[in-house]
Design a protein around this ligand. Structure first.
Ligand code: M6R
Length: 608
């Protein structure tokens, strides 16, 4: 979603801000803008479209300022346009603001401010913040911001600059990430560490309602009551190179190809040389874990599909019931959570608004929460009892791929770990599953090596107007995830369904214009899948199958087969999904779409 970068130091601010905005592009946006402050003059330049368009506008301006703000906007209130792009200024033109989040009471605030004489230029909720700060400003910009945010309801990460204070940027957050980049003789403020990683890996994560002031030589963090807060500095361990394409055409393809390597990394991090599962920094005691007899998983999008696989696996390994909830539904449905329930929140970013809200709901009821997360230091990881990191490295493509299989790897290990604690599986049984899990990276490589064949099938099917994805048992979440990938990046309507549900409705869709992707790897429900395939063929539907290499029966059904290597039944979710990621990727690429930044989508959904 929206992105913020602020810089104050001795260097020219504009190139740093623009490179920061480029590094935030992956989050998704539709307009962009910058504000710089130089010799008492505030210049604001913004436009609809891409950062490149903004750069063109800036070419003719000779802006030498050493302080400035930049923003990428993902429209919520008001269409994507120059006037709605950030930064926004107050009526006096002295104060300028960039904002991520949603101000829920902006309408009533706008009415009051308008009555008081403020003239609004945009349709955004953000502009009320600029006017509020302007209204309260009496020489102390920090105090004006404190008074302004006390009036706000909703989520915000704010960065503010004022003409009268050319040495500083101030910021504050509530339910939306904001992080300080600590430099030498310069400092940064951003919504995401990616924005300043080229310059520093030293960071301070802000908590809600902490106000920060950055100057070239200092960082001061205070409470809403203006009391100083001491904060510890963290280090970002990934490098700038990890957030570059490195010769790949798209981040999505790079990230798909990284999956075997990440699966190996997860194993080496969490499985000791003696074959024991040990989660580093895990802080829920075994004695506490032993007492849980139910698990509730909450997540959104792709992470939710990982949770669905988790249900099959953990129930199988431990005999414990596992519920999986869409976080956006869980938060509003008065959930019943008993004492003996462990909540597991799965999120790549750790910043998804709905997942955070679901976790907060559970924590109000004193439920223990475990996060499975990728981003170190993210809000989720700071609010839960313990986190198991998936170590997938930065995922830049909006369509999640490597985070999904890394989440799955952790779920397999966590399920086995619980089985060990609850003694539902013997050591020998666990060792056997672990030994097979260790073979997965090499099998995933084989799927990636079949890219060319997958591309051929993609080329043949890219003109189909709609797709249905079917799977049973563990292949059902894979079907859902395959369909999600296709619709996200190729904009082709694609629906994932449990194959057993076909006769209850979706079969009505089948005719010669419908393409059906069947995930039919070897399993105890394989024959049932074959029956589904026959029913589709009988109605002239076009079939593409993901099947196990060596399976002869499937060859009688269709010519369009994507083979994955043979593994034990429970491991197919780690392989088949890669075939479907590649299929979606090639369709979108062949159609000429912006694969990494699909329209209307944002990388982390930090607002509801
Ligand atoms: O960061 P999270 O894992 O919490 O994000 C959840 C979803 O927003 C995310 O998986 C989304 O569905 C992706 N675009 C899927 O490719």
């Amino acid at each position: 979603m929206c992105g913020i970068i602020g810089y104050v130091g001795k260097r020219k601010a504009l190139p740093i801000i623009l490179s920061g905005l480029h590094d935030l592009e992956y989050r998704g946006y539709d307009s962009a803008g910058v504000a710089v402050l130089e010799r008492g003059h505030l210049s604001v330049v913004k436009c609809k479209g891409r950062i490149n368009d903004l750069e063109k506008l800036l070419e003719s301006r000779n802006l030498q300022a050493c302080i400035g703000l930049g923003h990428t906007r993902w429209a919520t209130h008001g269409k994507p346009s120059k006037v709605n792009a950030h930064p926004h200024t107050d009526c006096s033109g002295r104060i300028t603001v960039v904002h991520n989040g949603i101000i829920e009471n902006f309408d009533s605030l706008k009415k009051t401010l308008t009555k008081e004489g403020c003239i609004f230029k945009s349709q955004t909720d953000t502009e009320v913040i600029a006017h509020l700060i302007g209204k309260f400003y009496q020489g102390d910009i920090e105090e004006a911001l404190r008074r302004a945010v006390k009036m706000l309801k909703g989520s915000y990460a704010l960065a503010v600059m004022a003409k009268d204070h050319p040495d500083r940027i101030i910021g504050i957050r509530n339910d939306s990430p904001l992080v300080v980049g600590v430099g030498k003789g310069e400092n940064f403020l951003a919504s995401d560490t990616a924005a300043f990683l080229s310059y520093t890996n030293r960071v301070i994560f802000l908590e809600d309602k902490e106000l920060v002031t950055i100057t070239p030589s200092g960082i001061e963090i205070t409470s809403l009551g203006a009391k100083r807060i001491a904060k510890k500095e963290d280090k970002i361990l990934h490098t700038k190179e990890q957030v570059q394409k490195g010769g790949f055409k798209h981040f999505m393809f790079k990230e798909i190809c990284q999956q075997p390597q990440i699966a190996s990394k997860v194993i080496s991090r969490y499985v000791t040389s003696k074959g024991q599962i040990k989660f580093k920094d895990f802080s829920i005691d075994q004695s506490v874990l032993e007492k849980f007899n139910k698990i509730t998983i909450v997540a959104c999008g792709t992470a939710y599909h990982a949770g669905l696989v988790g249900k099959y696996l953990i129930e199988d390994f431990t005999g414990m019931p596992v519920e999986v909830d869409l976080a956006s539904e869980f938060r509003y449905r008065k959930p019943i959570i008993k004492d003996n329930t462990l909540m597991v929140a799965i999120s790549q970013s750790g910043e998804t608004a709905d997942t955070l809200a679901a976790v907060r709901e559970a924590r109000k009821k004193k439920t223990k929460v475990l996060a499975i997360c990728n981003v170190v230091g993210s809000t989720l990881t700071r609010e839960v009892d313990s986190t198991i990191y998936i170590h997938a490295g930065p995922e830049i493509s909006v369509a999640s791929t490597k985070a999904y299989t890394a989440q799955l790897m952790v779920i397999y290990l966590f399920g086995l770990y619980l089985a060990g604690i609850k003694k539902t599986r013997s050591k020998k049984q666990i060792d056997k599953v672990l030994a097979s899990l260790c073979q997965i990276p090499s099998k995933q490589k084989k799927v990636i090596e079949s890219s060319k064949d997958i591309k051929k099938i993609a080329r043949k099917y890219l003109h189909f107007g709609a797709f249905l994805y079917l799977g049973r048992h563990l292949n059902f979440p894979t079907a859902l995830e395959g369909a999600l990938k296709l619709k996200e990046i190729s904009y082709i309507p694609a629906e994932g369904y449990a194959a057993g549900e076909m006769k209850h409705g979706p079969i009505a869709l089948i005719d010669e214009y419908r393409a059906v992707v069947c995930v039919a790897t070897d399993s105890f429900v394989f024959d049932k899948m074959v029956s589904n395939i026959q029913e589709i063929l009988a109605r002239k539907g076009k079939i593409i199958v993901v099947a196990t290499l060596g399976n002869k029966k499937i060859r009688d059904c269709t010519k369009e087969i994507i083979y994955v290597p043979s593994v034990e039944e429970i491991f197919y979710p780690l392989l088949s999904v890669i075939a479907l990621q590649l299929f979606a990727y090639f369709i979108a690429d062949l159609k000429g779409y912006d694969v990494d930044k699909p329209r209307n989508l944002a990388k982390s959904v930090t607002v509801e």
